[in-house]
Design a protein around this ligand. Structure first.
Ligand code: GDP
Ligand code: MN
Length: 344
């Protein structure tokens, strides 16, 4: 018998082909980044790893957005990291601003009240950011015409070779939402989010599919269990966010005051929406993508992945995460059943 290292399976796995993908074997997608000038260093690190692990080969363009003008230093610093196309966009106040339902004065009062209650509790810019990422980014002129996006942030790490195109993988299987890490949200940041979600569901149940993975975010008590996909990594078929249902849901939330008076994050908003609007087969855990955002990391434990990754699976958050376990376990729930539960 051949030693393990000479067996065909191993050789095949190790023989990564770096041929560029054939035309048609790509989607109309981009890597989308929201970033401040001050985060140049952190973004260079993220992009260096992202290029080495994936994009040097797959050549997706970057769309880099900012609420301020980019400095020349920033653009020069990014240019040195990639040969791929980089498009820069600046956000105007139609995309980066207050919800119509809130006032700057009352916001100031609420930030003061919340500043010691949770991380970013007193930050106004964080509120703009979360609202933008929840309901605005896909309307930006540089994102509007994309069918797919992959979110990248400064100071994240990619640990494994990604030798196939996750966009194409998703497209070919009808997957609309891809994630790596699924933690629990701090309850205090979303105190009334589920209340408003329930109100929206009751008024708009005609927009919901007959079955969905709502089960993942909702317990049998009809309440939100704080599970969410950590949206600093997400790969999404943007038709999800451009659907009538998502648009309606976002508008409804924007007309409640929680993006500012609480601190609703785009992660719980996206996650609740994806769970309400998609079925289990349309949401995918990219277990093979080793990833770290400050605070938590995912490292694949499959021994086969060891030759492609440089992380320690024993330190992976994801195999201990209750929400991740729940994701593996739950199945779709019928709309009627959900309507019963939220009414209890
Ligand atoms: P965290 O991941 O929740 O800790 O929040 P981050 O500070 O990482 O912000 C999330 C993303 O939004 C990152 O890509 C940041 O660069 C970006 N971001 C946050 N606040 C601002 C801001 O005020 N202006 C800009 N241009 N980007 C921001
Ligand atoms: Mn971040």
């Amino acid at each position: 018998k051949e030693p393990a290292s000479l067996q065909v399976g191993h050789l095949e796995a190790a023989r990564v082909s770096y041929d560029p993908p054939a035309p048609g074997e790509r989607v109309n997608g981009a890597i989308v980044v929201l970033v401040r000038n001050s985060e140049l260093d952190g973004l260079r690190k993220s992009m260096r790893m992202f290029e080495d692990r994936f994009n040097r080969r797959f050549k997706y363009p970057y769309v880099i957005l900012n609420d301020q003008n980019f400095t020349q230093e920033f653009m020069d610093g990014i240019k040195m990291i990639t040969k791929n196309e980089v498009r820069y966009g600046v956000l105007d106040d139609t995309l980066w601003g207050y919800s119509p339902s809130v006032t700057p004065n009352q916001t100031e009062i609420m930030l003061e009240r919340n500043k010691n209650r949770y991380l970013y509790g007193g930050s106004l810019s964080y509120r703009f950011m979360c609202r933008f990422q929840s309901g605005m980014f896909y309307r930006h002129p540089l994102v509007r015409d994309l069918d797919w996006y992959w979110r990248l942030e400064p100071d994240v790490e990619y640990y494994c070779d990604i030798d196939y195109d996750p966009f194409v993988y998703m497209r070919d299987r009808g997957i609309k939402y891809g994630f790596t890490i699924a933690p629990r949200e701090g309850r205090r940041t979303v105190e009334s989010l589920w209340y408003h979600t329930r109100e929206w569901i009751k008024k708009n149940s005609h927009l919901l599919p007959p079955r969905s993975l709502v089960n993942w975010v909702m317990g049998t008590d009809g309440h939100y269990n704080m599970c969410h996909f950590w949206s600093n990594f997400e790969i999404v078929d943007l038709s999800l966010y451009r659907s009538e249902a998502y648009e309606s849901y976002f508008r409804y939330l924007d007309n409640a005051t929680g993006f500012f008076y609480e601190r609703w994050g785009d992660a719980p908003v996206h996650s609740i929406a994806a769970s309400l609007l998609l079925a289990k087969g349309e949401i995918h855990w990219f277990e093979d993508i080793g990833y770290k955002h400050p605070g938590m990391m995912h490292c694949p434990r499959d021994p086969e992945m060891h030759m492609k990754c440089v992380c320690d699976p024993a330190r992976s958050y994801t195999y201990r995460s209750a929400c991740q376990t729940r994701f593996a376990r739950v199945n779709n729930m019928a709309k009627e059943r959900m309507l019963q539960l939220i009414d209890l």
